[in-house]
Ligand binder design. Structure first.
Ligand SMILES: Nc1nc2c(c(=O)[nH]1)N[C@H]1C(S)=C(S)[C@@H](COP(=O)(O)OP(=O)(O)OC[C@H]3O[C@@H](n4cnc5c(=O)[nH]c(N)nc54)[C@H](O)[C@@H]3O)O[C@H]1N2
Ligand SMILES: Nc1nc2c(c(=O)[nH]1)N[C@H]1C(S)=C(S)[C@@H](COP(=O)(O)OP(=O)(O)OC[C@H]3O[C@@H](n4cnc5c(=O)[nH]c(N)nc54)[C@H](O)[C@@H]3O)O[C@H]1N2
Ligand SMILES: [Mo]
Length: 764
């Protein structure tokens, strides 16, 4: 049976399962990254590249948004950063001739892992309507075609401009200015599927859609809560901060349905080189909460803080609003409901409460385990309630810490990648640039897919990313994109979004990556990015570009703008010749960037203002931080499924880019079509490791099906399952999104399993 072109094809490589690891990093991490680097880049390039990552004069690691320490070692090592770099700086090249050698139907049969191995894109290519292959096209013709289509639009809202979070501040600012000059706010981005729930939750309660901690706060914290996040795999450098915090006396509470190796024991690879052979236990307490049980847990912790008088009344009186209502609502709680929802016993919750109630400074860190839920916004506001009770915002060693995903996703939003900008943002942008701003809000990712599906989009441009695989409901998303007249991808590597059939034309424009030298008008340029803690700093590549036909993202945007806009008030091409000009325009149009060009040249960059953190000042409507009240979500499957499944990242991938087929910490190797299931539940059904099941997704009477998954017994709560993103995205309904943030519920998928009840195959 043929595979749907949007789906990742079945992968029938043999599965090997071993016991999950209890310790993260260490020597295996060094070996894994060196092997990967050498396989992708060769020995010399591996060494040269890894030495300049995250150095003050080097490039910002495309791996994650965790901040760099002020005093860096000569080798800011991180296994997954090393792999991210190798993926971009790899030696293989995917030329236009090679691309043209097969039809997209053939290319789409390759797995994501194999597609990524094809190499860097080297020149612009076009696939014409009705053709099944890409052919090469000159930059001039490609840009001319885009300019002409954008000029021809009946309505600017019929164009959509997606961004993935690697784009620099300079490219992102220019891009949103071009899009708004065209007359639309259609700027969906990966953030809509990622931390949108955090932005929405924090914006309305503390008056800024960002976290409130600095890296140095970790040194002063008494308790650090890591909830719904897997730093060992996704933010490995955070483990060093956690280790240092522990050595200074902090205690760590880990709330996660899975044990996650990174939070059990950690060994910094650099310590081996100093012959220090001990490792550090990180989490003092692991609460294996059921998927979606966090709201109940957080309400219980609030109850225990209030009833034990562990509240900071002077902070509450001076800086917050809504305490009385919360105190009343939390006076009594239904312990039966709490223990059912969380799957935790009362004593465990009470020991966490004791640690929190004694803490003078608490930090709460979270990521996708909270945001990608139906109640993503509400559950994060429960975290806010808990910290506000103890006065843990705007105090050293304490605060809220949403750990961002893509390396510049936070910066992109700061400089205007936002489909729903505030009026004051638009006023300032209009004043700073002289461009009249469109005022009606645009499409987010889910709304953009629905608009494409309805035939309402003529041009879709994607500044990086892999929308087909990253978005929910893979088949539906692929068909929707197929309806668009012209799709333009600005990409470094081939991916599944390039390989789907469409009724219109498709252009791929190959761009420079972070690691590469960016010369404009003969002078090397640097770009800037903002990390997870609001520090803006430089990033400059040192490697020769993968091809002489690559262009920088700012250059591409400037050319498209110059060819599609009649208004000549902005000198687009001039801006792309010297990025200082773009930074001057950012300074004029966005608060907090004063003396941008000067301050960003200092070695560690500069910090953007953050009123809650800096002065416990809250720019909400009331001028106070808001306590909020939410009902608990119903955790019983409601659409006919038997289990709740979450989709996760393995240790060997970066979102839709698959580095390899091994999830080392979880003990899985060789095959990614696996489903982690409670070991006892499997035994009850007589299912053994590697047992094959088909998954049915249930949603409002609709069924989605995905066949051929292999079961892996695991320490996961009963009734819960886990599988990998993006393979399982076919099962995420486009319409199943979080309230308020509209983020797809990638961690709450209702499913049932079809498998033979008696026969079982043991693979290992
Ligand atoms: N190497 C690497 N680094 C990355 C990425 C990558 O793919 N690879 N991706 C980057 C991006 S864009 C992002 S957004 C981040 C993502 O970073 P994470 O959010 O850490 O990534 P996920 O794999 O989605 O893991 C979610 C975690 O939440 C837990 N979880 C799921 N549901 C629940 C729940 O209901 N309650 C609780 N308490 N926990 C739950 C899961 O068990 C898992 O440990 O990482 C960034 N860094
Ligand atoms: N089921 C499920 N779905 C999810 C998630 C989940 O946990 N579960 N997580 C969601 C999250 S948190 C996110 S952030 C999204 C990610 O969504 P995206 O950001 O759209 O996806 P990526 O896989 O990060 O994009 C990878 C592609 O970006 C391109 N690229 C890489 N570097 C560059 C560069 O420097 N410039 C340009 N122009 N292109 C570049 C390459 O061509 C590569 O193939 O996925 C979301 N989807
Ligand atoms: Mo993300």
């Amino acid at each position: 049976m043929g595979n749907h072109p949007g789906r990742t094809p079945d992968d029938h490589r043999p599965l090997h399962v071993s016991a999950p690891k209890k310790r993260a990093a260490g020597i295996p991490a060094v070996i894994s990254s060196a092997q990967h680097g050498i396989r992708r880049m060769g020995v010399r390039r591996t060494w040269k590249t890894l030495r300049t990552v995250n150095q003050q004069e080097g490039f910002d690691c495309p791996g994650c948004a965790w901040p760099d320490p002020e005093h860096r070692s000569g080798f800011e090592f991180c296994e997954n950063g090393a792999k991210a770099v190798a993926e971009e700086a790899m030696s293989a090249r995917f030329t236009a001739e090679r691309f043209a050698s097969k039809s997209i139907a053939d290319w789409s049969q390759m797995s994501d892992y194999d597609l990524g191995g094809l190499g860097r894109l080297t020149q612009p290519v076009l696939r014409r309507k009705d053709h099944d292959r890409y052919e090469s096209i000159s930059w001039d013709d490609a840009l001319g075609m885009i300019g002409e289509r954008l000029k021809r639009l009946d309505d600017p809202d019929r164009a959509v401009f997606y961004t993935s979070g690697r784009t620099s501040n300079e490219a992102a600012f220019l891009y949103q200015l071009m899009v708004r000059s065209l007359g639309t706010n259609n700027l969906p981005d990966c953030s809509n599927m990622c931390h949108e729930s955090s932005g929405k939750a924090l914006g309305s309660t503390i008056g800024i859609g960002k976290g409130t901690v600095r890296l140095s706060d970790f040194d002063e914290a008494d308790v650090i809560v890591v909830i719904g996040q897997n730093p060992g795999t996704n933010h490995p450098r955070m483990l060093t901060s956690l280790r240092d915090a522990k050595r200074k006396g902090a205690r760590i509470i880990h709330v996660n349905p899975l044990p996650e190796a990174g939070l059990e024991r950690f060994k910094h690879p650099q310590d081996y080189m100093r012959m220090d052979l001990f490792d550090d236990q990180l989490a003092d307490l692991h609460l294996p909460v059921r998927i979606g049980g966090d709201a109940a847990l957080l309400q219980a912790l609030q109850h225990l803080a209030i009833t034990h008088g562990a509240v900071d009344t002077s902070f509450i009186d001076a800086s917050t609003s809504g305490f009385d209502a919360l105190a009343e609502a939390r006076q009594d709680i239904d312990w039966q409901r709490i223990t059912d929802d969380t799957g935790l016993d009362q004593a465990m919750i009470e020991s966490a409460a004791k640690m929190l109630n004694e803490s003078k400074a608490t930090i709460a860190c979270w990521a996708m385990g909270l945001t990608q839920h139906r109640n993503g916004v509400a559950v994060i506001q429960e975290v806010v309630n808990l910290l506000l009770l103890g006065g843990h915002i705007g105090r050293p060693g304490a605060g809220l810490c949403p750990v961002r995903g893509h390396s510049n996703v936070q910066g992109d939003r700061t400089v205007g990648i936002w489909e729903a900008p505030t009026e004051s943002f638009l006023d300032k942008m209009q004043e700073g640039t002289g461009v009249a701003m469109p005022r009606s809000h645009g499409y987010d990712v889910v709304h953009a897919i629905r608009a494409m599906e309805a035939g309402g989009v003529d041009v879709l441009m994607a500044m990086g990313g892999n929308l087909v695989s990253a978005a929910p409901d893979t088949e539906r998303t692929a068909s929707a994109i197929g309806e668009v007249g012209l799709v333009v991808h600005v990409s470094t590597k081939p991916n599944r979004s390039h390989m789907i059939p469409t009724n219109g034309d498709v252009l791929i424009l190959p761009c420079l990556g972070r690691t590469e030298i960016d010369l404009q008008d003969g002078s090397p340029q640097f770009v800037t990015v903002e990390n997870s803690m609001g520090i803006v700093h430089r990033s400059q590549g040192r490697l020769d570009p993968a091809s002489k036909d690559l262009r920088s993202e700012p250059w591409i945007v400037a050319e498209i703008a110059a060819r599609s806009l009649d208004d000549e008030s902005i000198d687009w091409r001039g801006l792309a010749q010297n990025y200082d000009g773009i930074r001057d325009l950012i300074e004029a149009s966005i608060p907090g960037f004063d003396a941008y060009n000067e301050r960003v040249r200092s070695p560690n960059g500069f910090e953007l203002p953050n009123p809650p953190r800096d002065k416990a000042k809250f720019n909400t409507a009331s001028g106070l931080a808001e306590f909020t009240l939410h009902a608990l979500p119903d955790l019983v499957p409601q659409h006919g499924g038997t289990h709740i499944m979450m989709t996760l990242r393995s240790h060997d991938q970066y979102n839709t880019t698959i580095y390899g087929l091994e999830d080392r910490y979880r003990g899985v190797k060789g095959n990614r079509r696996v489903v982690f299931m409670n070991a006892e539940e499997m035994a009850e059904r007589g299912w053994k490791t590697g047992h094959r099941v088909d998954l049915i997704g249930h949603w409002k009477g609709e069924e989605r099906r995905s066949d051929g998954w292999l079961l892996v017994p695991y320490a996961i709560p009963k009734g819960n399952l886990a599988s990998y993103f993006p393979e399982a995205n076919v099962l995420v309904p486009l319409d199943s999104t979080a309230a308020v943030s509209n983020t797809p519920t990638s961690k709450w998928i209702e499913v049932s399993l079809i498998g033979d009840e008696t026969v079982s195959s043991e693979e290992e």
